[in-house]
Design a protein around this ligand. Structure first.
Ligand SMILES: [Mn+2]
Length: 473
C-alpha cells in the first residue's frame, strides 16, 4: 500500500504542476490503443474545460523518430500518455531547459530516468508496482484530472475504468482499486459479475455470442453461423417478431442454457473449461445515456476499433465525451473491425505452431500491423492456448518486422519478462522493443526479420526452460 500511496502522491504533485503551467502552450502525445485514447481523451477533456492552449497528436508506431518529430512541435509543456518511458533518452535530448515534459505511463523503464527538473515521470514502475497489471495510463490520467479540478467532474473516473478493462489489468488492489473505490463512491461506476458472452448487453444474442473474442473460442468467435446453430439447438429464439432479441432480454434460464452449450462446444475443441472460467467482473456506468458506452468492455472495444481502423481521432473525441455523429461513425468502424479481426484470426489458426510452450504465428502477409496486438490479445485469452507464450510476427508498412507478444501471469510472476526479452533482442538486431512483462512489442529492420523470429522464439523457449528447471530444483 505504501507504494500505491507514493504513486498517488506523485499524481497529486503532477496535478499541482499542471495547474501552475495552465497558461502555457501544451502539446499532447498519446498512443492509439484503447488505454492511450482513454488517457488522451481525459487530458483533452481537461484541456478544453480549463481553456488551455494546446495541440494534440496520436501515434501508432512509438519509434524514436515519432518522439523527435513531436518534440519539434512548438510548445512549452509536452504531455505524454501511455508512452514515453521507452524513449526517455529522446525526451531528454529534445526538451531544452525551461520547457517541461510530463509523462504518464506504465511501461517498464529500460534505463534510470534522467535527473532533470524539466522531466517529470509518473509511472507505477518507479514505485515497484508492475505497471502491466496495475496503474495503466487511463487510471493515472483519471486520477490526475480528478485531482486537478474541483468541479466534481466524475466522467474521467469512468474513462479510467475503460482503459483499465481494455488493458486487461487487475482491479483487486493497488491504484486501480483506489480508482474504482473513488468511482463507486462518486456513483459513476457500478460492478457486475456475469458470463463474458453477455457483455454486449444491447447486441442481438447471436452477434453477442460470436463477437465476444476474449475468450476466443475456436469455430465460435467470429462465426455467426456457429452461434446461430448453437442457439437454435437450445431452442432459444433469436427474434421477437421482426427484430432481433438482445442479450438484455434473455431470461436467467436461457442464459444458463447458453453457458452450458458454449462450455460443451469449447470442450469439443480440446480445451478443458468450466463455466466459472467464463465469469468476469464488468463495470457499468449508470449516468451514460448511450447504451453502447454504458459498459466498460464495450466502450473499450469501440476505442480499440478506432485506433486499429486508423481513425484514432474519433476515439479520442469519444473518450473525451463527444457523442452524436462521432458515435455513429465509430459504430460503423466496429463492425468493419470485427470482420477483419475474425478473418485474421482464422488465418492465424491455420498457420500457427507451438514450440515448447511458445505459440508462434508468422503472420507476415495476412496480419495487418495495426491488428497484431489485437490478435495476440485474443489468442492469449483463448482457453485453447492457456498457459502458452504468444508471439505474433507481421510486416510493417516499410517492410520491417513487427512483433506483438503476450505471456500468462503465472509465468511473469516467476520472472518471465517479455518487455525485457523483446527490448534486448530487438536492440541487438538494430530495432526497438519493450513494454510490460506480460505484453510487449518490437519493430526490427527487414534484413534481420528471419533472425529475429528465430532468436525471439529461442530466448522465450530458454526462459521457459529456466523457470521450469528452477521449479523442479
Ligand atoms: Mn496502456
Amino acid at each position: 500500500m505504501k507504494n500505491v500511496q507514493r504513486l498517488i502522491d506523485s499524481l497529486q504533485d503532477a496535478a499541482k504542476l499542471l495547474l501552475d503551467l495552465r497558461e502555457e502552450r501544451f502539446a499532447f502525445l498519446t498512443h492509439y490503443d484503447a488505454d492511450g485514447l482513454s488517457s488522451g481523451g481525459i487530458m483533452l477533456r481537461s484541456a478544453v474545460r480549463m481553456n488551455m492552449d494546446f495541440c494534440f497528436r496520436i501515434t501508432a508506431d512509438l519509434t524514436r523518430q515519432d518522439f523527435q518529430d513531436f518534440l519539434r512541435t512548438s510548445a512549452d509543456v509536452y504531455l505524454f500518455t501511455d508512452l514515453g518511458t521507452g524513449h526517455l533518452d529522446a525526451v531528454d535530448a529534445g526538451i531544452p531547459d525551461g520547457k517541461t515534459a510530463l509523462i504518464l505511463d506504465h511501461h517498464q523503464l529500460q534505463h534510470p530516468p534522467p535527473e532533470r527538473d524539466e522531466i517529470v515521470l509518473v509511472n507505477p514502475e518507479l514505485h515497484d508496482i508492475d505497471g502491466g497489471r496495475d496503474g495503466c495510463a487511463a487510471v493515472l490520467a483519471a486520477l490526475l484530472a480528478f485531482f486537478m479540478t474541483d468541479d466534481n467532474d466524475s466522467y474521467p473516473l469512468r474513462l479510467g475504468v475503460v482503459g483499465m478493462v481494455a488493458d486487461m489489468q487487475k482491479a483487486d488492489d493497488g491504484v486501480n482499486r483506489f480508482l474504482l473505490d473513488l468511482a463507486e463512491k462518486e456513483g459513476t461506476v457500478k460492478r457486475r459479475t456475469d458470463f463474458a458472452f453477455f457483455r454486449l448487453a444491447n447486441a442481438p444474442i447471436h452477434k453477442a455470442l460470436c463477437w465476444t473474442d476474449t475468450p476466443y473460442i475456436p469455430d465460435l468467435s467470429g462465426r455467426e453461423d456457429t452461434a446461430v446453430s448453437l442457439l437454435s439447438s437450445q431452442g432459444i429464439s433469436l427474434r421477437d417478431g421482426n427484430r432481433w432479441r438482445t442479450v438484455s432480454e434473455l431470461t436467467q434460464e436461457e442464459k444458463e442454457q447458453i453457458v452450458r452449450v458454449v462450455v460443451e462446444h469449447t470442450a469439443s475443441k480440446g480445451a478443458k473449461i468450466r463455466s466459472s472460467d467464463f465469469m468476469e467482473t464488468t463495470y457499468v456506468f449508470p449516468d451514460e445515456a448511450e447504451s453502447s458506452l454504458a459498459v466498460a468492455h464495450e466502450f473499450g472495444s469501440l476505442l480499440n476499433a478506432c485506433g486499429r481502423m486508423r481513425r484514432a481521432e474519433l476515439g479520442l473525441l469519444l473518450a473525451a465525451g463527444s457523442r452524436g455523429e462521432v458515435l455513429l461513425e465509430v459504430s460503423k468502424l466496429v463492425e468493419e473491425k470485427r470482420a477483419k479481426v475474425a478473418a485474421q484470426l482464422e488465418e492465424a489458426r491455420k498457420s500457427f505452431y507451438v514450440r515448447e510452450g511458445v505459440m508462434v504465428v508468422d503472420g507476415r502477409r495476412f496480419i495487418d500491423e495495426n491488428f497484431a496486438g489485437t490478435v495476440s490479445t485474443v489468442l492469449s485469452k483463448s482457453p485453447v492456448h492457456h498457459g502458452q507464450v504468444i508471439l505474433i510476427f507481421t510486416d510493417t508498412a516499410d517492410g520491417g518486422l513487427k512483433v506483438s507478444s503476450r505471456a500468462p501471469v503465472p509465468l511473469t510472476d516467476q520472472g518471465f519478462n517479455l518487455g525485457r526479452i523483446l527490448s534486448k533482442v530487438a536492440t541487438k538486431l538494430g530495432g526497438e522493443g519493450g513494454g510490460h512483462k506480460m505484453a510487449a512489442g518490437a519493430t526490427i529492420p527487414s534484413e534481420n526479420a528471419e533472425t529475429a523470429i528465430e532468436q525471439i522464439t529461442q530466448v522465450c523457449v530458454e526462459e521457459l526452460a529456466r523457470i521450469e528447471a528452477e521449479n523442479a530444483g
